[in-house]
Design a protein around this ligand. Structure first.
Ligand SMILES: Nc1nc2c(c(=O)[nH]1)N[C@H]1C(S)=C(S)[C@@H](COP(=O)(O)O)O[C@H]1N2
Ligand SMILES: [Mo]
Length: 406
């Protein structure tokens, strides 16, 4: 947002100046025209972000972390990526927030106030990994349209709320229930109130997992507005698009939920490998469910320079959707040989796991440290960008950092 200082020079004709700076050519400003200075608040201030976060788009807001910012075991609020598909809800009033459960496959349409959700149902807390399905998109060739996420669209915060399964049990599901779809109060980019920016969800078996929450706290405090205050669905290990923010309605469906961004190439990938750039028929696409095995070196920052006598301690996190990560390795010779890292167990299911290793380098020079995780089914991260797909999802290639030993 380096444009800020420049923007301050613009102003309303009627005002004549902004913050004491005259608006040159103010008389030329058309009636009703909204100056950029008033349209473009500083997202770093607005969302309380660490100054090294990277803004990819500001309408809607899409902001990512960098690998070294994600060094904490529990991601703090100021380093959590932000992904909005539309505009944030205009007014959020938690006191009269109501969640409605409806749909073809609910026994009884029921509504709950936020206070009821908190008092009637037991609260659970889990640390849960949420990664945008498009994290890593920037590496696909030919490029895929969409936010060009590098590695920073992942976080693992602590979420507190009621279990979705307890709420569904209270409302009662019919035998034919297969999917739950969320609806939220954010605003379509067009401003059209009849359109939803996004309305996704999860199959009933995922909704019934212990860790699938309707959260009202994030990192032990009310969820910040941009992350879904006052109520958010959290489906850890699945593309984060399944975790609806600002939700006020859950529909229990007897079909795969058909809300906005459930069809076409949205959050869907080909059922079989396709060649880069290939057109894929709609019937050959499937919804992304559990995310693939992946890891991130969060220390040191890529570009670190140190003395040859230094024993380098690398560390980071690894995660694998619904699965546990069982092995973590690093390579300093471009993947010819791999050495073990020590790997912690997750604090709970669907939380990322921490790894570290001590590395000594044989001689002075340029190296790359590559990290590779393997999941409980024996699947390891690929070294190269995996299966091209139309929207550039699921790039779980090994993370690499450059280091210089002097
Ligand atoms: N209502 C609503 N929920 C949403 C979205 C959205 O635009 N609107 N974006 C989804 C997507 S694509 C992602 S990756 C995550 C991002 O969550 P975060 O902004 O808290 O990091 O929220 C998901 N839930
Ligand atoms: Mo996403």
């Amino acid at each position: 947002m380096k444009r800020r200082s420049f923007l301050k020079k613009a102003g309303y004709g009627t005002l004549g100046s902004i913050a004491g700076i005259p608006v040159v050519f103010a008389s030329n400003i058309p009636k009703g025209y909204e100056l950029i200075a008033f349209q473009d608040p500083d997202p770093f201030k607005m969302f309380g972000l660490n100054s090294s976060m990277v803004v990819l788009n500001n309408k809607p807001y899409n902001i990512e972390a960098q690998a070294h910012l994600l060094d904490d075991k529990v991601t703090p609020n100021d380093k959590m990526f932000i992904r909005n598909n539309g505009l944030m809800p205009k007014e959020i009033n938690a006191d009269d927030w109501v969640l409605t459960i409806d749909g073809e496959s609910v026994n009884e349409v029921k509504s709950y106030s936020l206070a009821e959700l908190k008092s009637k149902f037991k609260a659970y807390t889990y640390q849960l990994t949420l990664e945008c399905g498009g994290n890593g998109r920037s590496e696909f060739d030919p490029p895929a349209k969409g936010n060009q996420w590098t590695v920073g669209a992942v976080h693992c915060a602590r979420w507190t709320g009621l279990r979705l399964k307890d709420l569904l049990a209270d409302a009662g599901l019919k035998d034919d229930a297969v999917y739950i779809g969320y609806h939220a109060t954010d605003i379509h980019l067009s401003g059209d109130a009849n359109k939803e920016p996004i309305s996704r969800g999860v199959p009933v078996h995922k909704a019934h997992q212990n860790e699938t929450l309707l959260a009202y706290l994030m990192n032990d405090k009310p969820i910040p507005p941009v992350h879904g205050y006052p109520l958010r669905l959290i489906a850890g290990g699945w593309p984060a698009s399944a975790s609806g923010k600002w939700i006020n309605r859950i529909s229990v469906r007897n079909i795969e939920h058909d809300g906005t961004k459930m069809k076409g190439s949205s959050y869907r990938v080909p059922k079989y490998p396709v060649s880069p750039g290939q057109e894929v028929a709609d019937s050959d696409m499937k919804i992304i469910e559990s995310m693939p095995v992946k890891s991130l070196i969060t220390f040191p920052k890529s570009g670190a320079v140190f003395n040859k006598s230094t024993i380098l301690q690398i560390r980071g996190h690894a995660w694998a959707g619904e699965l546990e990560v069982v092995k973590m390795e690093y390579s300093i010779d471009f993947g010819s040989t791999w050495n073990p890292c020590s790997l912690e167990k997750p604090v709970n299911r669907l939380a990322w796991q921490h790894f570290d290793a001590e590395i000594t380098f044989p001689e002075m020079g340029y190296y790359e440290v590559w990290a590779r995780a393997t999941d409980a089914e024996g699947t390891a991260q690929p070294m190269l960008v995996p299966g091209w797909n139309p929207k550039g999802y699921l790039n779980n290639a090994c993370h690499r950092i450059a280091v210089k030993v002097l």
